[in-house]
Design a protein around this ligand. Structure first.
Ligand code: NDP
Ligand code: 2IT
Length: 460
């Protein structure tokens, strides 16, 4: 808590005392409230919006029972946080991961409100998921789980009400099973989920969109310092949807990706992950559902380092001997709080120029502070990973008009949206006295649209 005035500080204190056991949610709220001082000073009436925005409009929690292949009953928990619908229907992904709880989904839903506002599209914010772990489950088990999950969720969502999509552990396979069950129960075919397969209403470029958008944003940010991806070495964490397509776009722009990871460990390939190796990784992760360790067995001269057992530690950023990673750009694309202050310092020591968040909140507040004080260009996820949800918005539009746009059309709209988000966050930071600080720029620019619409509608 740095520069909050008293009225904002009261809001933050209430958030903590109301839900003292939600650390990830507190972290996301504090980061936003820290930026809003000058906005409230200029528009004191906006404090009512701040007060209401930190409370989700609605939270739904439900039981998800399913039988595994041995005939044993498993009972997971499903949650949907419908955070804010003042500028459009709730929109945001579903996460299936054993760590999922209300704190994590509220942090993600809260971030989503600002991110979706930044896209310029009419999208409110929400998030959901389950503590179900798809790892090691058969296709039939995943299908049974998804059908059970949707057998409750379907009554709370709709194409004009709440439109879920993927996130960690939810990709094309899961969206397919979820969509099928929704269509059956609702007895209608609408764009109720995004990230759908192309044969049943999906949009071209949606799988690529988060990773591509991230690199478009980072490219714009680098350009402000006269730099580019050409010849830059790039550390990427994760090896899922966002990481794979970030890697692909870095290659398109002439950069050299050197790392990828999963929750078991990371690979460092000093010769660079080229297109052939990337397509092997896609097959490994998307079809064979294998571990990144196999990369080190398949290709020559690869360093593989196993993760530490503690949760939320990703050795990639510390490296095995605590020596700085010599990279120009870092793109954390795995999970929240994967880069702490010490790891940020290692990146700074290694000469990093830019860090852009592909994941949601992968850098701790201390890590962000370290980048900002050392003059590293830093893009917060709510701006730099907004390409995924923006393209989900484009999928919704295509579903509404019952048309499909070409790959080129969607990609060029995505690129235009990312360029706009960069411009808007950069200029807003400048205007409110946070020059060069994209965190403040994104928080303020995202807030203003929601604030205006909430006040006009009488808050509610
Ligand atoms: P995926 O499930 O496709 O991939 C996640 C990757 O991150 C996997 O390699 C996974 O390893 C790794 N990972 C997940 N949790 C941990 C952990 N606790 N420690 C170490 N590694 C971990 O998910 P996405 O690529 O879709 O999502 C990645 C991030 O990007 C998330 O923060 C998500 O919220 C964010 N995001 C996603 C968007 C999208 O469109 N999909 C849009 C915007 C943001 P393993 O397989 O071993 O678990
Ligand atoms: O965090 C995110 O923005 C996503 N997981 C994508 C959400 C969406 O609705 O496409």
């Amino acid at each position: 808590m740095k520069k909050m005035d008293n009225s904002i500080k009261n809001v933050y204190d209430n958030v903590i005392s109301r839900d003292p056991n939600q650390p990830e949610f507190h972290q996301a709220v504090e980061e936003v409230l820290d930026s809003l001082g000058p906005v409230i000073e200029a528009n004191p009436e906006y404090i009512d919006v701040v007060k209401s925005m930190v409370e989700p409009e609605r939270v739904i929690q439900f039981r998800v029972p399913w039988y595994d292949d041995e005939g044993v009953l498993n009972v997971n928990r499903g949650i949907r946080v419908q955070f804010n619908s003042s500028i459009g229907p709730y929109k945001g992904g579903l996460r299936f991961h054993p760590s999922v709880n209300l704190s994590i989904l509220k942090f993600l839903g809260f971030e989503q409100v600002f991110k979706n506002s930044l896209t310029g599209l009419p999208l409110g914010g929400g998030k959901g998921g389950s503590d179900f772990d798809p790892k090691g489950k058969s296709d039939s088990e995943v299908r049974r789980f998804c059908q059970s999950f949707m057998s409750e969720l379907w009554r709370h969502i709709g194409a004009d009400l709440d439109v879920p999509a993927g996130d960690i552990g939810v990709g094309g396979r899961e969206i397919g099973y979820l969509f099928g069950m929704y269509r059956k129960l609702a007895n209608e075919f609408t764009g109720v989920l995004t990230g759908k397969g192309l044969s049943y209403g999906g949009s071209l470029i949606r799988p690529e969109a988060t990773g591509y958008g991230l690199v478009y944003f980072a490219r714009e940010m680098l350009a402000t310092k006269g730099k580019s991806f050409e010849g830059a070495s790039v550390a990427i964490s994760g090896s899922g949807n966002v990481a794979q397509y970030a890697c692909e776009k870095v290659l398109d722009l002439g950069g050299k990706p050197v790392t990828m990871s999963d929750s078991s460990g990371f690979i460092y390939d000093s010769s660079g992950i080229d297109r052939e190796k990337l397509s092997w990784i896609k097959d490994l992760k998307n079809n064979r559902r294998g571990r990144i360790k196999e990369y080190a067995e398949k290709f020559e001269n690869i360093d593989y380092t196993e993760s530490k057992p503690e949760p939320n530690t990703n050795d990639l950023w510390a490296t095995k001997v605590d020596v700085a990673l010599p990279v120009d750009v870092a793109l954390p694309c795995a999970t929240q709080n994967e880069i702490n202050a010490a790891e940020a310092q290692l990146l700074v020591d290694g000469g990093v120029t830019a860090v852009a968040e592909g994941a949601n909140m992968p850098c701790t507040p201390e890590a962000v502070e370290c980048f900002l004080t050392n003059g590293v260009l830093f893009a917060p996820g709510k701006a730099s990973n907004a390409g995924g949800v923006a393209t989900s918005g484009l999928e919704m539009s295509q579903n509404s008009i019952r048309m499909n746009w070409s790959r080129e059309e969607v990609d060029s709209k995505l690129e235009g949206i990312m360029i706009n988000i960069h411009k808007n966050t950069f200029e807003t930071a400048e205007k409110y006295g946070f020059s060069g600080n994209y965190v403040a720029g994104a928080n303020i620019a995202g807030f203003l649209k929601v604030a205006e619409s909430s006040l006009s509608q009488g808050i509610l």
